[in-house]
Each structure stands twice: as structure tokens, then as C-alpha cells.
Write a protein that binds this ligand. Structure first.
Ligand SMILES: Nc1ncnc2c1ncn2[C@@H]1O[C@H](COP(=O)(O)OP(=O)(O)O)[C@@H](O)[C@H]1O
Ligand SMILES: [Mg+2]
Length: 155
């Protein structure tokens, strides 16, 4: 567990991950409402854009439209930012073509529980908020290439 004292801590953690992100990667963000998932997504997307000399997009929660897309590298890397809070059945994800297009993006997914069993390589970031003290913590877990990256970067 890592303490997140403020927004700047979240930004720093997001920055640590951007150099490892490649097309087809899947980042799952778990945690209650208000724990910081969209904020982390915003820092991740904006820092990728800034590193690749693109202007920074306004990153908003995809709660209502399920997915928002962002160009993060000219003619190349795109991020698909999902929020599956309103998705109740795996079938609905098949209907929106989620699995068919996953290879074309870096996918960042809030409320990912429904899909965890359908994919085998992912990074999971869990956010914890103590609403009494407003303290936040974060925890990482990864499969495939991510287990090695976590061992090296967050030991
Ligand atoms: N590390 C942090 N320190 C302080 N406040 C934070 C932090 N991360 C997020 N917040 C604040 O918490 C609120 C909810 O964050 P948000 O990212 O929308 O949560 P979620 O997407 O998990 O529902 C926002 O007002 C945001 O600015
Ligand atoms: Mg959110």
C-alpha cells in the first residue's frame, strides 16, 4: 500500500507508468466512488499527451457514454477510457464491441469487475478512501508483463 497525500502524489504515480504503456495494454481501476480513479486516468492521459507533445485534453468521467477516446501520440497511440459502472452483464460489453477493439488501444477501465475473467494480462490499481479522515491509499497488482514491472518499480 502506498499513501496518496494529495493530487500531486497521484500525478507522480501516474507518471511512473506512462513509459511502460503500449497499444493493447489494459489498466483496471478499482475502488469506491470518489476514491480517485478518474483523477488517476486524467493524469495518465494528460501526461502521455504532454510527453508526446500533444495538447492536453479535458478528461471527464465516461460514466454516461461508457467510453471516451483520446489521442495520446500523433497518428499512433490512442487511449480508450471506460467506465463500466452501468454495465450489468458481460453480454452488453460484447454488444459494444469491447473485446474486438481492445488490441487497438491502451484501455483504462473503471469498475472492471465484469471483465477481469475475460482477459489475462492486466495491471490492476486499487484505490482506497477513508471517508472519515479523507486519507487515500493505492495498491498495485499485475499479471503478464506487469508483474515484472511492479517488482522492479514499486518494490
Ligand atoms: N490523491 C488525491 N488527493 C486528494 N484528492 C483527490 C485525490 N485523488 C482524487 N481526489 C479528489 O477526489 C474526488 C473524486 O475523485 P474521482 O477521481 O472523480 O474519483 P472516482 O473516479 O474514483 O469516483 C475529486 O474531487 C478529486 O479531485
Ligand atoms: Mg470515476
Amino acid at each position: 500500500m502506498i499513501d496518496l497525500k494529495d493530487l500531486n502524489e497521484t500525478k507522480k504515480i501516474a507518471r511512473k507508468f506512462i513509459k511502460f504503456l503500449e497499444q493493447g495494454d489494459i489498466v483496471l481501476l478499482q475502488g469506491d466512488l470518489g476514491s480517485g480513479k478518474t483523477t488517476f486516468s486524467r493524469f495518465l492521459i494528460n501526461q502521455l499527451q504532454s510527453k508526446n507533445k500533444l495538447s492536453m485534453s479535458e478528461v471527464t468521467s465516461p460514466t454516461f457514454n461508457i467510453v471516451n477516446y483520446y489521442e495520446v501520440k500523433k497518428n499512433n497511440l490512442q487511449v480508450a477510457h471506460y467506465d463500466f459502472y452501468r454495465i450489468k452483464k458481460f453480454k452488453e460489453l460484447e454488444n459494444i464491441g469491447f473485446l474486438d477493439q481492445i488490441q487497438n488501444f491502451v484501455s483504462i477501465i473503471e469498475w472492471p469487475n465484469l471483465i477481469m475473467k475475460a482477459i489475462d494480462q492486466y495491471l490492476v490499481i486499487s484505490f482506497f478512501l477513508n471517508s472519515k479522515t479523507d486519507e487515500r491509499k493505492i495498491k498495485f497488482k499485475g499479471t503478464g508483463k506487469w508483474s515484472q514491472i511492479l517488482k522492479n518499480e514499486f518494490k
